[in-house]
Design a protein around this ligand. Sequence first.
Ligand code: SF4
Length: 96
Amino acid sequence: MSAPERKLRLTDIINVNIWDVDSKPHIVVNYDKCKNCPTKACVRLCPTGCYTETENGILFSYEGCVECGTCRVVCPMEAITWTFPKSGKGIFYRFS
Ligand code: SF4
């Protein structure tokens, strides 16, 4: 008899990784541009929920970023300045 198959959720996979967060953000958001954004796509498409829509606008935190680049691609306002973290910082993937 084999062991029951366990399905992994995205959060299970992401949470096995390790972050060495730099004190300097590698993503900078121009919140003035966000005010007129018709889609707020970053809020729905960031896989780790780095963007949150609040009544005062977009709230962003870079600490849980998995460096996928999605927010840079989907932002219709070009409000995101995106770079990789400096060498040795950011996410260290442990799941393969
Ligand atoms: S690069 Fe990916 S994980 Fe990082 S903030 Fe943008 S969408 Fe989220």
